[in-house]
Every structure is written in C-alpha cells, then in structure tokens.
Design a protein around this ligand. Sequence first.
Ligand code: ATP
Ligand code: MG
Ligand code: MG
Ligand code: MG
Length: 480
Amino acid sequence: MIKSRDIRKKFLDFFNEKEHAIVPSAPMVIKDDPTLMFTNAGMNQFKEYFLGNKAPKSKRVTDTQKCLRVSGKHNDLEEVGKDTYHHTMFEMLGNWSFGDYFKKEAISWAWELLTEVYGIDKDIIYVTVFEGSDSDGLPLDQEAYDFWKAIVAEDRIILGNKKDNFWEMGDQGPCGPSSEIHVDIRSAEQRAEIPGASLVNMDHPQVVEIWNLVFIEFNRKADGALEKLAEQHVDTGMGFERLSMVLQGKTSNYDTDVFTPIIREIETITSSEYGVNEQTDIAIRVIADHVRAVAFAIADGQLPSNTGAGYVIRRILRRAIRYGFTFLNQKEAFIYKLVDTLSKQMQEFFPELKKQKNIIYNVIKEEENSFLRTLAQGLLLLDTVIKENKGSEIPGDKAFELYDTFGFPIDLTALILQEKGYTLDQEGFKAALEKQKNRSRAATKVETGDWEILIDDPVEEFVGYDLLKTPVKLTRYRKV
Ligand code: ATP
Ligand code: MG
Ligand code: MG
Ligand code: MG
C-alpha cells in the first residue's frame, strides 16, 4: 500500500518535473488579510497574482497547503465526524499557472497523474464541466469539454451548473469555469447496479470529489458584468486525505495512514474501540480531526482565546473535549496526549509541529483542564433546563448562562441540543450577549478614559452608572 507521504511527494515531484516551482504551504492562520481568518484554499496565498497586483517569481508553482474550513464561505464543521471525508483541517494539493498554461495542460496533466502515476482505474473516474449560465450569457465550457472528450468516455463527463462549476473569488474580481474530478469508491457490485455517470451516482456519498480544476479567465466587474482577462490562469486543489483514501483502497479518510496512528492512540488512551458503535466512531473521528486543526493553529502562533481566530480554535477544542467527555467517558484531560503521535507523523513535512510540540502539548492540556472544570456542571444545568422546558426550543438566556458562566461556545450548546432533539433560541442568545457587550463597553470606556494621554484643563463628564449604581464620571482632557 502506498504511504500518504509518498502520495504527497509524487504529486509535488510530478508537477516539479513539469517545471513547477515547489513552494511551501502558507500559514493556516492568516494575519494580514482582514477578509480572511484562516487559509481555506491553496489559492489564498496567490490572490495578489490573480488580481494582478503582484508578479509571481515563477509562472508555475505547486504545493500542499494547510487549510481550515470552519468559518465564512467554507464551513464544514457540522459535517466533520459525521461523514468520513470533510475535515476541519486538511491539506490541499495544488498546481498553478499564472498567465502560463491553460485548460489543455491542466486537464491532461491531471489525468496523467491520476491514471498513470497513481494508477487509478479510469472506469471509476467522472469529470464535470461547466454547462454555462444564462444570467451571465455564458455558453457551455466547450474547450474543457473537448479536452476531456479526447481522454475520457463521453458518458463519464457530467455537466454542472454555476453553483458547482463556476468559481469566483468574491463579488468582484477574477473568476471562471471549473472542472471537477470525482472518484467512485463503491464496490464493483454496487457500481454495476447503476452503471455510468448518472446524477444519482454523483450524489452518492461514496462518489467523492477529489480535485477541482479552476480556469480563471474572466473578471467580474463592480456592475456584475464579466470581461475577459488579458491573462488566463489555472488554480487547482486536490484533497490530500481524500486522494490517500482512494489510493489506499479505503472508503473513509479516517482509514488511511493519515489518521490511523491517531485513531489507534485514541483507542488506547480512552480504552475504546473504533468501528463498533456509530456514536463512538463519530466521537473518535471528531477528536482525531480536531486535534489536528488545533495543533496546526497553535504551531502557526494562534493560541486559543476569547476573540477572533483564537476563539474559533477554542471552540474547536471544546467541541472535541465534550465529545470525549460524553461519548468516550473521558473526565480528565487526554487530547494533549495525542500531540506526540501527530507530531511524529507530520513533522517530516511540517517541521513547525516538532518545533512547537511542547507549546502545543501544554496549551491543549491547559485548555482541557480549564474547560473540564465547568463542563460537567454546565451539562447538568442543560439537562435541568431541558427537563423543565415546556416546548422544544430552549431560551437564549439559558444558553447565555452556559456561555458566560460555564464557557460553552454557542455552537456547542446548539449541537448538544440538536442531539437531544431540541432547538435553541439563537436570537435570545444574541440579545443577551449584546446586553453584556454594552455593559463591558461602558466599563472599558471608563478604563481607557483614565489613560487618555492628552493634557490640560480636565473636565469631568457623566457617562452612566456602574453595577453598584454609583455614577461614573470620565475625565476628559483637552488637546493642547
Ligand atoms: P465538497 O463539495 O466535497 O465540500 P468543495 O467543492 O467544497 O468540496 P473545493 O473548494 O473545490 O472543495 O476544494 C478542492 C478540494 O479540496 C476538493 O475537491 C476536496 O478534495 C478537498 N476538500 C474540500 N473541502 C474539504 C474538507 N473539508 N476536508 C477535506 N478535503 C476537502
Ligand atoms: Mg465544500
Ligand atoms: Mg464540491
Ligand atoms: Mg469543488
């Protein structure tokens, strides 16, 4: 069985031989782009090239990119653990052409790599082509269709709509049609039941999208109209864990060697067994997935915290802690113990995991201990609330109490309620949160007011009452 590390290497070597420069993954945590907290696709780090703001050193590059899809346009968190091929953190293999080669090469190289280098059976591959869009006045992507037709049987080419087969960077900017590659990993008998690339088959959970080839050839203008770009680009992304699943003959990403060492370690530490009970399996998958996301984020310098990207990481970790607590009976910290295995396995390609191993280990341990101090009590409170509640919707102020006093992220409360068949009054929660924010905003105003640097002639201004109902005055200084 081919090892995942060799799968990654073969990809990079293949494109390197086709004159692509191998570049490192950009950090998963983004510090300098206000529109994006985490890298969610390989193309993110090349955005400026597509926008024409910067010129690339090399017109052809290839890499594997650490991605996180838990917020914004791509949020796969709900799927993770329930299905076996969406992760929070995953690697996206990619090759790019910045104003260099276009559809013909992108398509024929993808095919060559998958069928000749990796040896995937041609008869289990389907491809999709953009069918066109009336609203944009675009016809079928005939070029892509014809290049595919020259290499795959026509009944394996499926037409896809704008939603699935037209990529846009945002409301404005570079965009273009895409072709996706899907692999049918069902057994031969299952495949024989409904042969060919029918839509029924495409929707089957075991017909998995592995690679997306985007052909950037338009610019969407502010008025919504499309114009042809002077230069055409290729942007591709292939899920490394999904590719490993296909090449290792598995039906779940978690059965590949990307995940099995961590899963074995979870089994050992928690005395549980993977593959026996669905609820246990979901918990094990979630933990195996989430520890990667959290470890890689910390290695990039993003510690769990109460705001922004830090809170996203905290939420992911607390979600994992609760899965362990409820479904694997882990009442004490244990996730941090997985860091060693994870780091050993990934450090060859991602040395930051080895370098930051101690920090990752300690931060996760501390986070686990801290949440475990309130988790049991919070769960008890939630049980009582559910018992005493009349309808199926739990009031927002209770969720707020869980958030504020017990450290339950709102999506965690919602998830637990969903498991028990209840819903949550999200609006009520938001209102309670807003109220608290206003209270603390008034408080910080006073604090910073005290430190205002400006000199001369202070005036005292009444700004409200504090929690003890004493009037609060802010000292304001006139600028000199
Ligand atoms: P899907 O339809 O399965 O959600 P996608 O169309 O959102 O995938 P793309 O944005 O096209 O994904 O990303 C390129 C490739 O990255 C996909 O073809 C897939 O192999 C992989 N990929 C996308 N999302 C995930 C994820 N959450 N976990 C693992 N791999 C993923
Ligand atoms: Mg998706
Ligand atoms: Mg898709
Ligand atoms: Mg896609």
